[in-house]
Design a protein around this ligand. Sequence first.
Ligand code: CMC
Length: 426
Amino acid sequence: MAEKTAILKVGDKEVELPILSGSAGNDVIDVRALGSSGYFTFDPGFMATGSCESSITFIDGAKGVLLHRGYSIEDLARDADYIEVCYMLLHNKTPTSEEYADFKNTITRHTLVHDQLTNFFRGFRRDAHPMAMLCGTVGALSSFYHDDLDISDPEQRLRSAYRLVAKMPTLVAMCYKYNVGQPFVYPRNDLSYAENFLNMMFSVPAEDYEISPAVARAMDRIFTLHADHEQNASTSTVRLAGSSGANPYACIAAGVASLWGPAHGGANEACLNMLEEIGSVDRIPEFIARAKDKNDPFRLMGFGHRVYKNHDPRATVMRESCHEVLEEMNIDDPLLNVAMELEKIALNDPYFAEKKLFPNVDFYSGIILKAIGIPTNMFTCIFALARTVGWISHWHEMLSQPGQKIGRPRQLYTGETLRKYTPIKK
Ligand code: CMC
């Protein structure tokens, strides 16, 4: 029996449950034995459920702490680039210079997608949402690697991870190019990860795209700040899909689908749409009043978080980046004035303070992406691109753990009990 235990008393029956401690964060009551005693636990939104054991990312929501492999997001955003963060998430250590160079080279040399994949795009309407195209084409990647999908082989798993991290920028840029009717741009091996992405997005055959170092830096930071976030909805989706033994590309497609929703990754797009709907600073109070009205489903997009109840540490870094980029690019956009004023008003409003609703990472990332010239409907794709390394690290970790079981929750059944069936002809 574990050192600490919890006693659950139901009527005159007592069940002793082990309490498990991690290296940080809340202890967990291990309820696995409960099923055989005739009870399930009930926690539909996972408000108090630890779904797995993981050593990748730690969040202390009350203190606003986010650590990847033990390193603070502030340190990483300041001193590491996205490629280094990817290495750490996948390998649980910081790379030496040689390891870094080798990893960077591997990722760079996997960026091309099979030319046949371009034909998939032609099946989409020109105005298809880029997340719809991304979801489909990421899943379709599995059809190109039939001979390399043995998920019990750690080497094949890592190779899939490298392919996914490398090819996501290519696919995301292809989604954009398809939407705007421009030719796809091939990856360039002489550019950094962020520069290459920007080049595939914005260059056209007729003229080179000049990559601003400030924009490339901001892009890299956006990738870093979205790289992983513990057991959020999309990561849990990837884990659940992977728990059945599904291939990694299919699992990542499931993650993309889950991320799409406005309560999760779709918030950055929804936030910009909201700012457009607000339109001018003088209309902010009207929208604040709507957000507070219990009878109005409207929410301030880009505000609030399930776990962070003090501040979102990613938002703090992103806010700095946001101001830097706007200043450096000398941008004067009325929408950005609305965003800055909304931030000020909401932060001083007692409703938002009481409910601990602060701007989250997506509030600022949307503003930066807009400043860079990325269309609003592409925002969630960029989140998906950045989060792929987190998703695949969790998938790899899960499959490395001995005794891994298929994820199979139970339910509180509230439907009809057995009733007599009468055939329709009677
Ligand atoms: N605007 C107005 N009121 C809000 C908001 C908001 N953005 N978010 C939460 N509330 C209120 C909500 O009405 C509720 O009030 P009451 O207790 O009186 O019923 C209370 O705050 C708690 O809300 P909840 O929905 O129970 O909280 P949750 O932890 O289930 O939801 C959330 C978290 C992020 C889904 C929610 O805050 C939200 O919908 N925010 C807007 C969407 C958004 O920005 N999402 C991006 C999250 S960060 C990126 C990512 O990791 O995906």
